[in-house]
Write a protein that binds this ligand. Sequence first.
Ligand code: XIL
Length: 313
Amino acid sequence: ETPLRDLADRHGLRMGVAVSSHLLDNARYADIAATQYNSVTHENSLKWESVQPQRGQFNWSGADRLVDFAQANGQDVYGHTLVWHSQLPSWVSNGGFSGPELEQVMEEHISTTVGRYRGDIDYWDVVNEAFNEDGSFRDSVFHRTLGEGYIATALEMAHEADPNARLFINDYNVEGINAKSDGLYRLASSLLAQGVPLHGVGLQSHLIVGQVPSSMQANIQRFADLGLEVVITEVDIRTSTPASQQALQQQANDYRTVFEACLAVDGCGGVTVWGVADPHSWIPDTFPGQGAALPYDDNYQPKPAYWAMHEAL
Ligand code: XIL
């Protein structure tokens, strides 16, 4: 049958997958990533702790490997992520930096990373998970030291390093209209009004079977109406394991709903699934007893969710 990426191309949609560079040694894993998807996101190897574990010591091996893979397979690369409170080395989080010092640290990290991949990585999650559930700003070393202005500063730095890159703010639990997505909406509106280089928002979409927010399409639409691109950046849809046939059918409907919400809105530019196949998903480690969240099963076979994506495209 027609690979997902060919169907997505007809819609001008980026159909992405999160890839762990070291798993590219697994032939079945690499084959699915190459043949089904026209975009890839580094699952971990572009995060701060991977790229700059000590100040001034940059490590590109994992990140380069996936960029090379993408180029060999004619895929876009969606860069994830530059400024995030998690997977952040303690030399940053506990460094005791003053405001000007922390801005210097951010500048070194952002300009070096974005600059290295200028022309090769065209999209960046510049800031990840900046919000609390109530829509206020999350406490982090960046917010504590620099206030909410750290977000505009990071976007300006990334834009300076690659004026052609499309710059995103990404978060979870912002798929439907709720207090948290209202906070993201207020921030996006305010950044645009100030002329800050923001081009899109990422809705992670780590969802639960049977619980796709009913306002997802309306939420995508309101960000698109600001002139922003919306990307579904990290979709997976988890359930209790072992998953019942019924749960897998519901999951297929849920994947279809997510794709239809994106396809219904001009300005929804892509959907990325957060992993190639269930054995490597982050879900069981983070949500014990949950899993089976991806379109390919433990044996790398397509699940009902895969066929639902296929049909939705
Ligand atoms: C996860 C990865 O999938 C795991 O391998 C890693 O151990 C932790 O991070 N939100 C994000 C992603 O923005 O970077 C996270 O990825 C999942 C939640």
